[in-house]
Design a protein around this ligand. Structure first.
Ligand SMILES: Cc1cc2nc3c(=O)[nH]c(=O)nc-3n(C[C@H](O)[C@H](O)[C@H](O)COP(=O)(O)OP(=O)(O)OC[C@H]3O[C@@H](n4cnc5c(N)ncnc54)[C@H](O)[C@@H]3O)c2cc1C
Length: 456
């Protein structure tokens, strides 16, 4: 029996697709330099029990399963490197429950963060994790995503209070719950968040919500060089002010954004900032941030209190990566993702800039610098092996620098295929333990094979 016929015996009609367009949508990434691989079939479950049936079938026949949200992850996470089934959770996109008084929402994994926030607005609530793509909450839990708000609210792992997950053999398991904290046993929720589809498939998430702050003000601070911008960001964090966002973009990124979004921001290293809280605290934080910026030679500090102007500014920041890609049509894009201890940030930014330039790459630097997390983004000719080797070399130099300082090879994008070698360098001593967990959860190795662990 072939795969499509077999799947049709366990799933209702219309769930299994294998048309050219669908296979293509699930073969690669939206923003990547990795080679695509076609799945053999795409399955769209419409409920938990259909996920269970699909996994039981795949486990019995040893067929690889790759959970798929919006496909926006950056390290080939959703590329079915060994073929098999791309399990697209896009039809499981309902909000199951919002409990405004408990600051909790229970959702299906295919819901996107923007759709959730649109529904939460009427309750005066927000869900803070905001990668620069309208990603699914299941995918965001898969990569332990973060974004511009992480400096204030934390990352995806801090927001997921509990999950319903289907294991490789079809077993359904619930972890965590509706309480804001728990000391009950091992933190399995935290283990599954960030597991990149290698341990199981989320079918429900219990998420933590927050009140929309009373006052929000954005600002743009323009600096003479990237290190000065980095030093100012670190100094702001050190004051303990309630900073909402601290995003750094270098001059090339601002140039790309201006071209892409038709904006007229000064083409120089810039901090995009946001302050949120009570009206009084925001006013005082803006003043402190202004003074810190001035001491680092800031040439312009523009405040945007108007909601529309603020939204435009953050839209420009969120689309910075797409703006950079737009400069290089037809090229793949490499995005490094290291995170260093905050005090190392200014020198680390300079190191990244120098590394990119020493390899004659046309690269840009940007990042969520409030957390010490920054990206070098540059084009890669995916048809040219030498160009790919050069890109890998730059990535390796930037990662080695971060690891020497006790940082990490990935602050938010995850390991996937692209960073598997660096996981060995970063966590060589705990990797055998991770492999044991993988074997317990998925003895037949069907869940997203080839990801996280380099030799699988
Ligand atoms: C322009 C751009 C900007 C970005 N900016 C950021 C950023 O600022 N911060 C950031 O963190 N990321 C960023 N990303 C990366 C990306 O948006 C995140 O990695 C996001 O978490 C992926 O979500 P997704 O729905 O696209 O998941 P997918 O890419 O579909 O999947 C991601 C991983 O999760 C697994 N998975 C998906 N659904 C499930 C499920 N239901 N159960 C179990 N596993 C599952 C997949 O197998 C895969 O390993 C950006 C990407 C782009 C293209």
């Amino acid at each position: 029996m072939d795969l499509l016929t077999g799947l049709a015996t366990v799933l209702p009609e219309g769930r299994v697709v294998s048309g050219e367009e669908e296979l293509k949508r699930h073969e690669g990434g939206i923003f990547t330099y990795h080679a695509p691989v076609r799945p053999d079939a795409v399955v769209y479950p419409e409920g938990r029990d259909e996920v269970v049936e699909t996994l039981r079938f795949a486990n019995k026949h040893r067929i690889p399963i790759v959970p798929f949200g919006e496909g926006s992850s950056l390290e080939a996470h959703t590329i079915p490197v060994l073929g098999g089934i791309s399990l697209d959770l896009g039809r499981m996109d309902r909000i199951l429950e919002v409990r405004p008084e408990d600051f909790i929402a229970r959702v299906q994994p295919g819901l996107t963060h923007m759709a959730l926030n649109a529904a939460l607005a009427e309750h005066g609530l927000l869900f803070p994790v905001d990668p620069g793509w309208d990603a699914s909450l299941g995918g965001m839990a898969g990569t332990n995503a973060s974004g511009t708000n992480a400096v204030k609210y934390g990352v995806m792992r801090d927001q997921v209070l509990g999950i319903e997950v289907v294991l490789a053999d079809g077993t359904v398991m619930r972890t965590g719950g509706m309480s804001m904290k728990s000391s009950a046993g091992y933190n399995l929720t935290g283990l599954f968040v960030g597991s990149e589809g290698t341990l199981g498939v989320f079918t429900e998430l219990i998420l933590r919500l927050y009140p929309i702050p009373e006052r929000i003000v954005a600002a743009r601070a323009v600096f003479p060089d990237i290190e000065a911008a980095g030093r100012a960001a670190v100094a702001m964090i050190r004051t303990g002010m309630s900073i909402g966002r601290v995003e750094l973009v270098d001059a090339r990124t601002v140039g790309a954004v201006n071209a892409y979004k038709d904006t007229y921001y000064a083409v120089a290293p810039t901090l995009f900032l946001e302050f949120s809280g009570s009206a009084a605290s925001v006013e005082s934080d803006v003043e402190v941030a202004h003074n810190i910026s001035a001491a680092e030679g800031c040439s312009a500090f523009d405040v945007e209190a108007d909601e529309e102007a603020r939204e435009k500014l953050w839209e420009a920041r969120h689309e910075a990566a797409l703006a950079i890609r737009d400069l290089y049509p037809g090229m793949g894009m490499m995005t490094t993702d290291v995170c260093v201890p905050i005090s190392d940030l200014p020198q680390a930014l300079r190191h990244a800039r120098d590394t990119v330039e020493s390899h004659s790459l046309d690269g840009t630097i940007l990042g969520h610098v409030g957390d010490g997390n920054y990206h070098a983004v540059f084009p890669v000719d995916t048809e040219d092996e030498a160009d790919q080797d050069r890109a890998e070399m730059v990535n390796a130099e930037i990662v080695d620098y971060a690891l020497r300082r006790g940082g990490t090879c990935t602050g938010e994008h995850g390991i996937g295929v692209g960073k598997a070698g660096y996981l060995q360098k970063e966590h060589g001593d705990s990797l055998p333990f991770m492999r044991k967990i993988k074997r317990i959860s998925d003895p037949n190795g069907i869940m997203n094979p080839g990801k996280i662990f380099s030799s699988e």
